[in-house]
Design a binder for this molecule. Sequence first.
Ligand SMILES: Cc1ncc(COP(=O)(O)O)c(C=O)c1O
Length: 375
Amino acid sequence: MRNNILPCDAQAVIDFLQTEVPILTQSSQVEAFEQEWSRWLGVDFSVFVNSGSSANLLTITALREVYGLGEVIVPTLTWVSDIASVIQCGFKPVFVDINPRTLGMDPHQVLNKITPRTKAVFLTHILGYNALDAHLIAELQARQVPLIEDACESHGATFEGRKLGTFGLMSNFSFYYAHHMSTVEGGMICTNDQILYETLRMLRSHGMNRMQDGLGMLITGPWDLGSLSDIEYDVQILPTFPGSAGAHQTISGPDNWVVFDNGAQRKQAAIDFVKWLTAAPQVKSTSLTTADLPTRISVGDDSAFVAELNEKQPGSEVFVHNLANAQKARPTVSQYPKISEALGQAIVSVLLGKAQPADALNTAAQTTDAALAEK
Ligand SMILES: Cc1ncc(COP(=O)(O)O)c(C=O)c1O
């Protein structure tokens, strides 16, 4: 087994690292790769992850989210992460022996093992050999049993002229360095189903499915707003939630930033900052860059802007038009400055090399707890 990374690949990494602000996680390169991979394979959507095993796990997790728990038919010859993900997600694996000619599950036995509890057939194409046959595909379609293909070892292999990984509801690829194509470590999940695609993107990264250039990190505290249940926060449900009747009455404003202590100048700096942050041009620019929803009614009146935002973040116009229902800004929690300060201190102490991230965050958590307990 040899590395298949060429000098030009290494050079491409160096060139990227030398760009002005190289974003090292899901950014333009990942998105471009996902799109190119979808075009090459012939599917609508691809989601890049850090390994084929993660592709297996997220696929089965998404299956559970969308289809619910039950049985999954799996082969006796596969990779351990295929079976581990089925068990880890709470499905019952139902094993089917392989056909020694294809190394894939014996189609006849697969069909015999289908019951009303079957949620999917999760087959593996071993070492470039196709595990499908036309009868199996037709029967699964007729019985409405989803097919999932693990093509981690079979990039570019075909069945009846069509690439493996395009027949199922979802498919998995690995880019581990021993495979046909490598990203050192890496994996891909492919699908034509928009709901599964959005679910997979959320599962990939802490619920965030709107990462774009320019947004690299989301800071969440050792708490989240939803858990501050004993504080009068006066938040109402969003216009798209059941029971909201399509409207709600609060809008969120800027609520958490770090201001360093330099006396009266700090107050002025904070005022200047908030003025700049909430001015219409900045609100538009922030919304278009990060897909955050605009907080200014005048911005919502700009139809060209609303159309552009909706193009980037489909559905956002519902929220923008809802600005007309807003009657007051969402009230803030009086302890916020102390919480921001504790978080800022944690970041600064790590940047200055004075604390390890875990210790710094623990200290911030204790300070935050004390601040919240003051109420
Ligand atoms: C069939 C199959 N599925 C899943 C995987 C897991 O991929 P990774 O090594 O990228 O985690 C492999 C790895 O070789 C594999 O062969």
